[in-house]
Design a protein around this ligand. Structure first.
Ligand code: ZN
Length: 258
């Protein structure tokens, strides 16, 4: 068995048998990692307060060439982010970040951009505006994954954004299309109507540097529209439902209109 160390974020944790826990991590050096913590349910010292959802840790683990699951032996707490487990809106947003990372991150694949983005998102969602931070996370996640959204003109006729022309996001085109091009197809799956305000905000969000992100805020209407865009696009790309979106949508629907 080889022993390794890495910084990591807890994406998922569940009980296993009488005394163990299984944890899915996003690690800085090894991509997504599934680990077993032996005796973690009973131990009062070794892992207490550490193997909680969304915490950031330094972990030491042993791998075994016969198993895809590693054994975690030690964890040092770097950031506990208690607000993510106490505040419902922050929890919903962090949960979606975590579910998206579980779906998109790969095992044994170091991706500094992905890990830095995940750390940034979890920290922002814990301390700043959670909904805007979540959207910026999703926008940049798609870019890191190689899906650069085409938002400045129609992907079918090249017509540029202009007042009086309505645009919708079309998942399979990876970008927007004008109403003329879509004609009667607006009711189809994977097409989301977007206001000019949301489109301009997304474009601007993509151009600003990471240090300016915390000052970036979406209106509630844009939050709803852009949340639907990302839900539709991810479900189209992953070809499966991402459960956390439903809870977030319910939450956004219940928010008072601005
Ligand atoms: Zn068009």
């Amino acid at each position: 068995m080889a022993v390794h160390e890495s910084e990591a974020i807890v994406l998922k944790v569940f009980d296993h048998g009488e005394s163990d826990k299984i944890i899915v991590f996003l690690t800085a050096q090894f991509g997504k990692l599934t680990a077993i913590a032996k005796g973690a349910k009973r131990s009062k010292i070794r892992f207490v307060g550490k193997l909680e959802l969304f915490t950031r840790l330094n972990i030491r683990f042993a791998d075994n060439k016969y198993s895809t699951m590693v054994r975690i032996d030690e964890a040092e707490l770097l950031a506990p982010y208690p607000a993510l487990r106490k505040d419902y809106e922050r929890f919903l947003c962090a949960n979606l970040v975590s579910e998206l990372l579980i779906n998109w991150a790969t095992n044994n694949d170091q991706d500094d951009n992905l890990y830095n983005l995940a750390t940034w998102a979890i920290t922002q969602i814990a301390n700043d505006n959670p909904l805007s931070s979540l959207l910026l996370f999703q926008l940049h996640l798609l870019t890191i994954l190689g899906f650069h959204l085409h938002l400045s003109s129609c992907t079918l006729c090249n017509k540029e954004l202009q007042p009086g022309v309505d645009f919708s996001f079309v998942a399979e085109n990876n970008g927007i299309a004008c109403t003329n091009c879509l004609k009667g197809n607006l009711e189809e799956n994977h097409i989301i109507a977007l206001s000019m305000g949301s489109l301009k905000l997304l474009e601007k969000a993509r151009q600003i540097t990471i240090d300016k992100w915390p000052r970036f805020h979406f209106s509630k209407n844009s939050l709803r529209e852009v949340t639907m865009l990302f839900k539709c696009h991810n479900q189209y790309l992953l070809q499966r439902d991402v459960i956390s979106w439903q809870h977030l949508e319910d939450h956004l629907r219940n928010m008072k209109k601005m």
